[in-house]
Every structure is written in structure tokens, then in C-alpha cells.
Design a binder for this molecule. Structure first.
Ligand code: NAD
Length: 367
């Protein structure tokens, strides 16, 4: 049965890295008969230029209809003076909100061949493979009231509100339990239950869910500040971490940087499974549109290709194809093939271009 993939290249290097994903999708269709049908549309600055909005209703409709969305990146300095509500980045926030993509998955995997790119010692990192599950559509980034006010005595005050409902916590925790079960069965739930009401509530709801549905998963609770410290002290103690929107934002960047370059970091954002068994999903590299290197065929496409691997695994049930793609990434890196951002010049490596890296992946995928 064919599956519909919506490709949203976006801006800057988004265009270049998605072209490499298309090559690999073509290979996957030939080799595994996946029947992936790709459609392209605009998001971000490219959509603003054409439609005056960074995400049109027509694009959103295509996204809802697709089995999965693969996105490049949005933004660029040419949009700095565009009103905030129609800036390229607003398109990304809208699509996540409109598709109700509440679960953001950010893996942090240390590749042996890139150990030198990390600021941590190799022995701390060797074999590192963790997954951060961040709540993406609630919490302090969305809570009301928010904004500025002036108190009767003239004092200016600015407010953000952290808020979580029981169902918002339960649905993200449930995703994390499922993922932990598919991995090593170990889950850390992270909050600040010691000083925040929402933290104490988060801990209570996750504990109750664990008692009711947590078979096969060992649950530990950890304060967010300690988690930040443990991530750089002994990151291999973790398997899956589930946390709220704000702590997830900070901790996932921290965990990701253990592994080296921005050009190596994939992500997935998932919604709830609907009555037809379909889970809305958007896959994208963590990096932005990299205006400094855009249009130069220099961008590292591996974060995009590993986002594609996540799509194969989580949306298309093509685990073998996903593993094969991850294996090809490992092989390319072990062979010393590098884009400029991950180059180790002490080893006499020469940088390859974006398209050459894509070709090297196709080559290692073999036939
Ligand atoms: P960025 O991620 O675009 O770039 C940061 C640095 O990392 C740059 O030096 C860039 O050249 C390098 N880099 C990033 N990805 C790379 C890759 N694949 N290969 C090689 N080098 C890579 O972040 P920024 O410069 O802060 O932001 C640029 C624009 O992107 C802004 O408009 C920002 O709002 C937007 N942005 C979008 C997203 C997204 O679409 N998800 C995420 C972050 C930033």
C-alpha cells in the first residue's frame, strides 16, 4: 500500500538537505518496495514569499492528509523585518500546534567516528544512545496569563504561566512508556517537584500512570537541575527521559551537544493515534536554515537523513529500512567521509559536499 509523504523543504539549507532525503526515499522505494509517494509544498519564508503567510491552509490540509511530513528548516535574515505573526518560524509553530504534535523526540547518539567532536571524554560517551521525549504543545510557552502589565503603583511586571492538565501529562508519559518499552525499559521523568506545583503534579500523574500501565518499564524521578548535571557527568545512565516543554527545550539541546555537530541531530514530533490508527507526525533536523552556508552545497544532510530514518521507524513501520539507513550513516562516518562541519583536519580529511554525502550514503546502502 502506498504512503503519502509531504516534503516541506522550507528555506536556506532546508532545500539542499531535503534533496538528499529524496534520493534516499527513491532508493528505499526501489529496494524495499515501500511505495512512498512524495509531494512538495512550501513552508516558512518560501511560503511567505508566495502566499504572504508562512503556512497556508492548503499546505496544512496536505499535512493532515499525509502519513508523515518531512521538513527542512525555516527562517533567514531576509525575513527579520517581517511581522512576528507571519515570520517563517511562526509557520513551524503553527504546523506543530495545528497537527497537535505534543511529543517531541530527540535522540542523542554518540558515533564512535565523531567522538573527537564532543567536548566530553570518549569514555563518558562511548555507546551513548539516549532519547529525550519533550512535551511540545503546553506548559510555560503557551500558559495564560502571559505578557506585560503595570501594577497600580506603576511597577512593570511580566508574566509567563506554567500550566499542565492531567491529560496533557498522561499522554506524553504514555508515549515515553511505550518508547522505553521498545528500548531498554528505563525511564527518567524530570521536573522540579521540590519547588513547583506543576512539578509535583507531573510526578504524581506519571507515578499513577506507571502503576496502572507501566509494565516492563522502570521509572525514576529526577529534578531538572540534577538531570542537567547528570547529562554531562554520566549520560549513559539514561535511556529515555520524559519532561515538560521548558525543561525539554534546555535538556535536549544539552544532550544533543554531547554528540558533536548540529548537522547530526534528527527529531520527530508526534501526535495522538486517531481512530483510524494513524499518528500525525513531522520529522525534521534540529538545525535551522544556516543562512551562512545556504546555497553552497556545504550543509551536512545527515541530520535530515536520520530524521528520515526516524520516519521509517515511527510512521512507516519500516524498521529494517530505518536500521539500514542508520547503518549507512555509521559506515560513511567510519570511512572518514565528512562534510565541513564534522571534519577532523588532524586526520587529513577533505570535506565533501552535501550532494556527495548523499551519494556516499546511497553507495553504502548498496543494493
Ligand atoms: P542554524 O542551525 O541555522 O545554524 C547555526 C550554525 O550551525 C551555523 O553556523 C550553520 O552554518 C551551522 N549548521 C546548521 N546546520 C548545519 C548543517 N546541516 N550542516 C553544517 N552546518 C550547519 O541556527 P541559526 O543560525 O541560529 O538560525 C538561522 C535561521 O534558522 C534563523 O532564521 C532561525 O530562526 C532559523 N531556525 C530554524 C529552525 C527550524 O527550522 N527548526 C531551527 C533553528 C533555527
Amino acid at each position: 500500500m502506498s504512503k503519502k509523504i509531504l516534503l516541506l523543504p522550507g528555506d536556506g539549507i532546508g532545500q539542499e538537505v531535503i534533496a538528499e532525503a529524496e534520493k534516499v526515499i527513491g532508493w528505499m522505494n526501489r529496494e524495499y518496495g515501500l511505495g512512498l509517494e512524495c509531494e512538495r509544498d512550501l513552508i516558512g519564508g518560501a511560503a511567505y514569499d508566495d502566499h504572504g503567510t508562512p503556512l497556508s491552509d492548503a499546505t496544512l490540509k496536505l499535512a493532515h492528509e499525509a502519513d508523515a511530513v518531512l521538513m527542512g528548516a525555516v527562517g533567514g535574515p531576509e525575513y527579520d523585518d517581517v511581522p512576528r505573526d507571519v515570520r517563517p518560524e511562526a509557520g513551524l509553530l503553527w504546523i506543530r500546534k495545528e497537527m497537535d504534535l505534543f511529543a517531541n523526540l530527540r535522540p542523542a547518539v554518540a558515533f564512535d567516528a565523531l567522538m573527537a567532536a564532543s567536548s566530553l571524554k570518549a569514555e563518558v560517551l562511548q555507546g551513548l544512545d539516549i532519547l529525550i521525549v519533550r512535551e511540545l504543545t503546553a506548559g510555560v510557552y503557551f500558559g495564560k496569563p502571559r505578557g506585560m502589565e503595570t501594577l497600580p503603583d506603576g511597577t512593570e511586571r511580566c508574566i509567563d504561566t506554567q500550566s499542565y492538565t492531567r491529560s496533557e501529562i498522561k499522554r506524553i508519559a504514555r508515549v515515553a512508556f511505550d518508547l522505553a518499552r521498545q528500548r531498554n525499559g528505563k525511564l527518567h521523568s524530570v521536573e522540579k517537584a521540590n519547588v513547583m506545583e506543576t512539578g509535583a503534579f507531573w510526578r504524581k500523574v506519571v507515578t499513577e500512570l506507571h502503576q496502572a500501565e507501566g509494565d516492563g518499564v522502570t521509572l525514576e524521578h529526577m529534578y531538572a537541575d540534577n538531570c542537567a548535571m547528570q547529562l554531562v557527568r554520566a549520560p549513559k545512565q539514561f535511556d529515555v527521559i520524559v519532561t515538560d516543554n521548558l525543561f525539554g527545550d534546555v535538556l535536549s539541546d544539552c544532550a544533543a551537544m554531547l554528540t558533536g555537530s548540529l548537522g547530526m541531530l534528527p527529531s520527530a514530533s508526534l501526535g495522538a493515534v486517531d481512530s483510524a490508527g494513524k499518528r500525525p507526525a513531522l520529522y525534521e533536523p534540529v538545525h535551522g536554515s544556516a543562512p551562512d552556508i545556504a546555497g553552497q552545497n556545504k550543509a551536512n544532510p545527515l541530520a535530515m537523513l536520520m530524521s528520515l530514518a526516524m520516519m521509517l521507524q515511527y510512521s512507516l513501520g519500516a524498521d529494517d529500512a530505518a536500521k539500514r539507513l542508520e547503518g549507512a550513516v555509521q559506515a560513511v562516518l567510519s570511512d572518514g567521509i565528512r562534510t565541513e562541519d564534522i571534519l577532523d583536519s588532524s586526520k587529513g580529511q577533505q570535506a565533501v559536499s552535501t550532494s556527495q554525502m548523499g551519494d556516499a550514503i546511497i553507495d553504502r546502502l548498496g543494493s
